[in-house]
Design a binder for this molecule. Structure first.
Ligand SMILES: [Zn+2]
Length: 736
């Protein structure tokens, strides 16, 4: 009996505690964030004992164009900067995702009733010839090392423990068949052009890469299933790429032997491009066309070096047109370059390198000087994928079919308009990834939003800040039709069924509605912080602090949350909680407005008001003040004068998210004014509040969130009186 009572009591206490935690939208985040320590501090900075590992790579790789096959060998020098002793190392074998019956295929679920497209994945998996073939894993003296492959991961056992401050050098060989990127998807692969019989290769995740070992996760070796991207360590690369002699290679880093692989004309054009005001063709379309037909049998070795990068990618084809110029960035100049086949023109020749240059410009303004010597945009089969200094982008003009009728001409025109915007946006996005996560090196396998969300936010800035220039003449500006960023664009996602959503703070593989969750919602959240909650000045400073503190390091979510607060002096715990840890939405409704009037001698309540009107009796309040010796001055008394209008707005929140309350006051004389109240207005009761607004002129209507800043999911209940028309509001909504 007693036991039962205690149990019931205990249950009540637990329930009560939960209710308290869940009930308060403004509790601090302590329960949710990791405890600060000497590696990561309470202000969101790297601590005085912060450490990270490093891996240097020397790689020789050879591309067999006749069977789309790659063979390579690498020597890795791994530096243990951690305070811990390591007995084994973990490497990533990403190509194994495409191996016969990989766990990606084995864990794919789909119903043929509704999805026949996924059948292609099954076909690809069953028949796959892909995946790494690993051999010759040896230490620096050539002595074989014990190793175990675990699907997309590989453990190399160390002959003796690697202590703090020590390094270990080892080598391995591998080969694999490059995937058909169009058929199998993925982030790299080849495209075959049947018209001229050539291949275009975009090569990434192509060598066994070191996993991250950190103070947060130990070894980050969560299997690669295809969605959660990569966690990688910084290091220096020397890569020798052996390809057919008529291929042109684009790669991470700087070319070390231009005189061996480029023609004197190309070298001279590059020299010219250093001081050019517009991109210069290094390989012209005519030269590329000639190249397409050559089919060389001899080979050339392209030697590249890259310093302090977390990865290395490259592209190779005899189809490449190449343009480039140098653009100023902070204290130095950076190469902006593009490589594309003729199929990408005219779009690519007109825009790509300009977009690269513009992206560096805007992103550096919000973060830091671009630290690398080059930024490259390559056009091929991969629609959008980022690597250090190089990215792969889609956006291919659709040729007009022969003998097209006027309807087909119009359709083609519209399709190519869409292609143009998709191409500009994807290049901004992928070049932008240089900043997040290539430099601010977050763990993509764990948190997609840390790079995609931050990057999509800056992508929005770059889209909205397109210059007035010849290359933007055919682009809509002010505003550019951005897909992600404006609050109103996230509403349909925010109001989608809760069981189709998960919080942003969810591991990448488990995300539902991936694009909205990892890109759209965090980008919008940051945009709302900047435009509505913190203001540009406080936000930009804090964001810059985060970028600079964590460049060339490995930040975690708490480091971002804490830095944004610490540097701005704005308590954002309620915001992180609502937007990042829940799937709640905001739905304020203006339920009622009452007008209170102080009546002067002989006055009666006005009958003209559109709002219910009541008398505001203040005599007793004034009297009480006087009784305790508080005398109101004449000026203070005038504030409580009969000619003022005291409106009390009853606002309900039909959602669980709290946000600022923004009220548009429309006066009878046709003028209007906006009052903004911080989200803390909801701190005592997040479901219902009453707010006093005092005016000197009579009001005809009030409206919540007139500029659609808060991602309110239902705006039909924002106006009072309900009947008040709002032509400009409707226009705005339909314009979104
Ligand atoms: Zn991205």
């Amino acid at each position: 009996m007693k036991k039962i009572t205690y149990l019931i009591l205990a249950c009540f206490i637990v329930l009560d505690l939960q209710a308290q935690i869940q009930g308060s939208k403004f509790e601090q985040l302590e329960q949710l964030l990791p405890t600060p320590n000497n590696f990561r501090t309470a202000d969101g900075s790297p601590g005085h004992e912060y450490w990270q590992q490093r891996a240097d790579y020397k790689i020789n790789v050879s591309l067999d164009d006749s069977k789309q096959w790659i063979k390579g060998s690498e020597t890795i020098t791994y530096y243990n900067n951690s305070p811990n002793e390591l007995r084994y190392l973990w490497l990533q074998l990403d190509q194994n995702m495409f191996a016969k019956e990989s766990n990606t295929y084995r864990t794919n679920t789909f119903d043929l009733e509704s999805d026949t497209r996924s059948l292609m994945g099954w076909v690809a998996g069953v028949n796959s010839i892909h995946g790494f073939k690993i051999s010759n894993v040896v230490d620096a003296k050539g002595k074989p090392l014990n190793y175990v492959e675990n699907f997309t991961m590989m453990r190399v056992d160390l002959p003796e423990p690697l202590k703090k401050g020590q390094k270990f050098t080892f080598s391995l060989d591998w080969n694999f068949y490059v995937i058909d990127a169009e058929k199998m998807g993925g982030r790299s692969g080849y495209e075959f052009f049947p018209e001229d019989g050539n291949y275009l290769y975009e090569i990434a995740q192509w060598f066994p890469r070191m996993c991250v070992y950190s103070d947060v996760y130990g070894w980050q070796h969560k299997q690669f299933l295809g969605r959660g991207e990569f966690a990688l360590v910084f290091g220096n690369y020397e890569v020798n790429i052996d390809v057919p002699a008529d291929h042109v290679v684009a790669a991470t880093g700087e070319l070390q032997n231009p005189q061996e692989v480029l023609t004197p004309t190309q070298i001279q054009r590059l020299e010219q491009a250093k001081n050019a005001k517009a991109p210069v063709l290094i390989i012209t379309p005519e030269e590329a066309l000639k190249n397409e037909k050559s089919k060389a049998t001899n080979r050339k070795m392209w030697r590249y070096k890259a310093e302090n990068v977390r990865d290395f990618a490259w592209a190779s084809s005899r189809k490449f047109i190449w343009d480039a110029f140098q653009v100023p960035n902070g204290s130095k100049k950076v190469w902006a370059m593009s490589y594309y086949p003729k199929e990408g023109n005219p779009l690519w020749g007109e825009k790509s390198t300009w977009v690269v240059a513009h992206t560096l410009n805007v992103y550096s303004k919000y973060t830091f000087e671009y630290p690398y010597p080059v930024a490259i945009s390559v056009h091929g089969p991969v629609f959008g994928m980022e690597y250090p200094m190089i990215c792969f982008n889609g956006g291919r003009p659709i040729p007009l079919p022969a003998k097209a009728n006027s309807e087909e001409v119009e359709k083609n025109k519209q399709a190519n308009e869409r292609t143009k915007y998709a191409m500009v946006s994807v290049i901004i996005h992928e070049v932008g990834h240089n900043y997040f996560p290539m430099i601010v090196n977050s763990d993509e396998r764990q948190w997609s939003w840390m790079d995609e969300g931050l990057n999509s936010f800056l992508q929005y800035r770059a889209e909205q800040e397109l210059p007035d220039a010849p290359w933007t003449k055919d682009l809509q500006r002010n505003p550019y039709p951005s897909r992600r960023g404006p609050a109103a664009n996230i509403v349909s996602y925010m109001k989608s069924a809760p069981d189709t959503q998960v919080p942003i703070m969810t591991n990448s593989e488990q995300l539902k509605q991936f694009g909205n969750n990892a890109y759209g919602k965090p980008a919008t959240a940051l945009n709302i912080l900047r435009e509505t909650i913190m203001g540009k000045e406080l936000f930009d400073f804090a964001f810059k602090q985060y970028a600079n503190k964590w460049k060339f390091k490995h930040p975690e979510p708490a480091d971002f949350f804490r830095t944004m607060e610490d540097a701005s002096g704005v308590d954002l715990d309620w915001f992180w909680r609502g937007w990042f840890y829940t799937v709640d939405y905001y739905e304020p409704s203006l339920e009622a407005v009452t007008l209170f009037k102080i009546l002067g001698k002989g006055q009666s309540l006005p009958s003209s008001s559109v709002f219910p009107t009541k008398e505001l009796k203040i005599e007793t309040a004034i009297k009480r003040m006087e009784e305790i010796g508080l005398k109101m001055t004449e000026a203070e008394k005038r504030m409580l004068a009969p000619d003022r209008f005291f409106y009390v707005l009853k606002i309900k929140n039909n959602g669980e998210l709290v946000m600022p309350v923004i009220v548009e006051i429309n006066y009878k004389d046709g003028t209007k004014q906006i009052e903004r109240f911080p989200a803390e207005i909801w701190r005592m009761n997040h479901k219902e509040i009453a707010k006093l607004i005092v005016t000197e002129k009579e009001v005809s209507s009030f409206r919540l969130d007139p500029n659609l800043e808060t991602a309110d999911i239902e705006t039909n209940n924002n106006t009072f009186p309900r009947s008040a028309s709002s032509s400009n509001f409707e226009q705005m909504k339909s314009g979104q």
